[in-house]
Every structure is written in C-alpha cells, then in structure tokens.
Design a protein around this ligand. Structure first.
Ligand code: 5GP
Length: 189
C-alpha cells in the first residue's frame, strides 16, 4: 500500500535497531480517515475469503480491527490481556511471549464470542516475531473455529515471525513489509 509506505517514511521513527514508532497515525494518535483506507484495503486483500468474525488483541489492534469490521460487516472481538472481574470466567486462552518483558502472558476471549462455526480473520498492527499472531491462533484453535488468514498493517520482514508462521500454513498478508530500517533510512520488500 503506497500511501502507507509514504506515511511510514515521513512520520515513522526508528528506535534502536528494531522498533518502529508510528504514533502519529497508528499507535497513539489515530488518523481515522487513513485507518478507514487500511480497513478497506484489508477487505480487498481478503475479498475471496468468507469471514464471519475479526479477532485482534488489545490495545493496538482494536482501532484497525474495528474499522475493518465495518468493511467486512462482521463483529470484531479483541483478546484481553488481563483477567478481570468483568471478563467471563469461561474463556479460550492463548499464550504470548513478550520479548520486551521477557515473560509469557495469557490473552483471553470469552467463549460467548467465538464458536466452531466462525471463520476468523486475525488483524494486528505489527508482525515481528509472530508471538501475538500465535497467541491469537491458539484462541481460534481452542474455539474449534476456522482460521482464514491474518492481516497486519506493518510486517518487519527482517524478524522471523512471518516466515515461520507462513511455513506453518498461516495465510498472512502485510500492507507494508519492511526489509531494513535505521533512522532516516527505511526500505521495503
Ligand atoms: P510479535 O508478537 O510479532 O513479536 O510483535 C507484534 C506485537 O508487538 C504487535 O502487536 C505490536 O503491538 C508490537 N510490536 C512489535 N514490533 C513493534 C514495533 O516495531 N513497533 C510497534 N509500535 N509495535 C511493535
């Protein structure tokens, strides 16, 4: 998606060797009109797949998934990262490893909102090591639902998640794939 690449080059900030900050439109301030274009693009990319539900993880996936839900005309469910009183006790769980916190944590979805009849599209903002997508896939599998594919706004192609999950059969589409990045120089695949 050319407009996304332009925005990444113009507004993205590279931290260290592997973190891209796109807080001006995706992760802090939200450019809703642009997110609408992203939602439309996901619909175009997955137009041949039957989708009954979109699944993402809180927090950063929610805005993208919600707007995409309008284009797919399906409900959007987000996995929760904390067990709280207002989450049903009966949940499907997935496990995610956080490289920044160096620990595993669980993500959960109430059994009310995912069933074996569902054909699920997973959406997220970034794909790096693939841990978030794996945790969300755990939840789809626990529900006995069908995983139709996964869409990410930005894939960091120099990290291993995309290659690994595709080799395991996950149909992943990225709207922009970065092949290398350093401050002032971001290249795309
Ligand atoms: P993964 O689980 O694939 O290793 O990483 C994906 C998750 O970590 C995404 O949900 C995203 O929130 C976060 N993430 C990974 N890399 C980046 C990055 O470079 N920038 C930002 N803003 N988030 C990232």
């Amino acid at each position: 998606m050319d407009k996304l690449k332009t925005k990444i080059i113009e507004e993205g900030r590279v931290l260290g060797s592997s973190v891209l900050k796109v807080d001006s439109f995706l992760n802090h301030q939200l450019d809703v009109a642009f997110l609408n274009e992203i939602g439309k693009e996901f619909k175009e990319v997955f137009k041949d797949k039957e989708i009954t539900k979109i699944l993402t993880a809180e927090v950063s996936g929610i805005a993208i998934a919600a707007i995409a839900g309008l284009h797919f005309q399906v409900p959007v469910v987000f996995a929760k990262k904390t067990q709280s009183l207002n989450l049903d006790k009966d949940t499907y769980e997935g496990e995610v490893y956080s490289y920044t916190k160096e620990q595993h944590f669980k993500i959960r979805v109430s059994r009310r909102y995912l069933s074996k009849e569902d054909k699920v599209l997973i959406l997220d903002d970034f794909l790096a090591n693939g841990e978030a997508l794996k945790g969300l896939r755990d939840i789809v599998e626990a529900a006995g639902a069908t995983l139709q594919g996964a869409g990410v706004v930005i894939e960091k192609g120099f990290q291993q998640g995309g290659d690994q999950l595709r080799s395991e059969g996950m149909d992943i589409r990225a709207l922009a794939t970065i092949s290398s990045m350093e401050e002032g120089n971001i290249t795309f695949r």
